[in-house]
Design a protein around this ligand. Structure first.
Ligand code: DGL
Length: 269
C-alpha cells in the first residue's frame, strides 16, 4: 500500500484490524509529499514508481491508500503492474450511497473534503452518481490539512481555525447528510472536523473515511486466509522516502502501538 506520506496509516490501521493475518508493506513518499497540489501526470508518475517497488518487493495486491492517487492514477497503476489494485474512493462511495439509501424523491446532499487534485478530478461526484444519481455532491479542497497532519499538529486552536474556515461555507450553504473525509490524511483530524461541523450545523453529521470500506474490499479480493502460521499481531513494514524519524513518531502515536523501525528507501528516478 502507498500514500504520499502518513495519511495512508488511517487505511493501514483498518487493514490491520480487518486482516490481522496478512502482511503489509507501507510506503509513504515523504520526499515528495504533498501530492494533492500536483497535476495528474506527476501523481501518475509517482504512483507507478511506488507501485513497481511494491511488486518488486513481493506484494500480491496493491491498495492505493491515497485519494489523490486513486483519482488520478488508478488506471496507470493497473496498467503498470500485474497484481490486483484497489483504490480508496470506490469503497467509500459505495458505503455512503448505501448509508443514504432512501426513496428517490428526497434529495440527499453529500459534502466531500479533499485535496485540490481530488476535488478537481471530480472522482467523488462521479463515483457517487454512478451508484445513485439522486445524490447531490458538494466539494471543498482543504490543502492546509495535509501539512498539519504531516507535522502531527491535529488538534488545538490553529487546526480548528483552519477547519472552520474551510467548512463554514460548505456546510452552511449545503447542510449535508454525510461528510466524506476524501483524503486519507484527514481522518487524523476527525475530532476537530467533527467538532467544527457540529458547531456550524448545530447537529452531528456522519463522517465517512476510506479505512474500513477499503479493508472490506481488500478482504473480499483476497478471499479467506489460509490456516497457516502468518502473524496475528500487526507487523506492517514501513518505508518512507524521507525523514523516517518524524514518520516513526507519528506512526506509533497514530497506530496506537509501538513502531520500532521505519526504513528509508530511495525511489528517485
Ligand atoms: N493522503 C493523500 C490523499 O488521500 C494525499 C495528500 C497529499 O499528499 O496532498 O489524497
Amino acid at each position: 500500500m502507498f500514500d504520499s506520506g502518513v495519511g495512508g496509516l488511517t487505511v493501514l490501521r483498518a487493514l490491520e484490524r480487518h486482516l490481522p493475518r496478512d502482511a503489509f508493506l507501507y510506503v509513504g513518499d515523504t520526499a515528495r509529499v504533498p501530492w494533492g497540489t500536483k497535476g495528474p501526470d506527476t501523481v501518475q508518475r509517482y504512483s507507478v514508481r511506488v507501485a513497481r517497488h511494491l511488486v518488486d518487493s513481493g506484494c500480491r495486491a496493491i491498495v492505493i491508500a491515497c485519494n489523490t492517487a486513486s483519482a488520478f492514477a488508478l488506471e496507470a497503476v493497473r496498467a503498470a503492474v500485474s497484481v490486483p489494485v484497489i483504490d480508496v474512493i470506490t469503497p467509500v462511495a459505495v458505503e455512503v450511497a448505501r448509508a443514504l439509501a432512501a426513496p428517490p424523491a428526497s434529495a440527499r446532499h453529500v459534502a466531500v473534503l479533499g485535496t485540490r487534485g481530488t476535488v478537481a478530478s471530480h472522482a467523488y461526484p462521479r463515483a457517487l452518481a454512478a451508484i445513485d444519481n439522486t445524490l447531490i455532491t458538494h466539494q471543498r479542497p482543504c490543502p492546509l490539512f495535509v501539512p498539519l497532519v504531516e507535522e502531527g499538529w491535529v488538534d488545538g486552536a490553529v487546526p480548528e481555525a483552519i477547519a472552520r474556515t474551510y467548512l463554514d461555507p460548505l456546510l452552511r450553504e449545503n447542510s449535508p447528510d454525510a461528510l466524506i473525509l476524501g483524503c486519507t490524511h484527514y481522518p487524523m483530524m476527525s475530532a476537530v472536523i467533527a467538532r467544527v461541523a457540529r458547531a456550524i450545523l448545530g447537529r452531528d453529521v456522519p463522517l465517512f473515511e476510506s479505512g474500513d470500506a477499503t479493508a472490506n474490499a481488500l478482504a473480499e479480493l483476497l478471499g479467506a486466509p489460509s490456516p497457516d502460521t502468518r502473524p496475528v499481531a500487526p507487523s506492517a513494514r514501513l518505508q518512507v522516502t524521507d525523514s523516517p524519524e518524524l514518520f516513526l513518531d507519528i506512526a506509533s502515536r497514530f497506530l496506537g502501538r509501538p513502531v520500532d523501525t521505519v526504513e528509508h528507501i530511495d525511489l528517485a528516478g
